[in-house]
Design a protein around this ligand. Sequence first.
Ligand code: 5GP
Ligand code: ZN
Length: 133
Amino acid sequence: MCVFCKIVQGEIPAYKVYEDDDILAFLDISQATPGHTLVIPKEHCENIFALEENKAANLMKVVTRLSKKLKVALNIDALNILNNSGQLAGQTVNHFHIHLLPRSENDGLIIKFSSNKLSETELKGLQKKLKEG
Ligand code: 5GP
Ligand code: ZN
């Protein structure tokens, strides 16, 4: 059983902040910023590629609700929402989870996209691939 399934089953403890029949949210054991929260489906599902759309919709509702809760409770007005799906994306626990990362001035967290420019042809090629099927 994976570590998050063990948390769902109550086999290992966690600081839970939200729970319903299908979804659980709890504080990340490693607080990248204070309030760093993980939102998971209770049913084991490896990552975004295995997640059913209707389950994703319910998860997103909870993510939205908790984001607003974090804003008020922690008096923040910035938040990163992050999912790592797959090893190359940095996924270390193979049970789908969304990170909620409250942000504040000088919190030291660095999430940075590089600014690669692709040619018109490359962009059109990608658009074609993504729109097909
Ligand atoms: P990933 O790298 O897969 O996106 O994130 C996995 C997260 O799970 C990490 O931020 C890590 O700190 C957290 N984590 C791993 N094991 C446990 C645990 O036993 N309890 C809690 N609360 N968080 C955990
Ligand atoms: Zn699991």
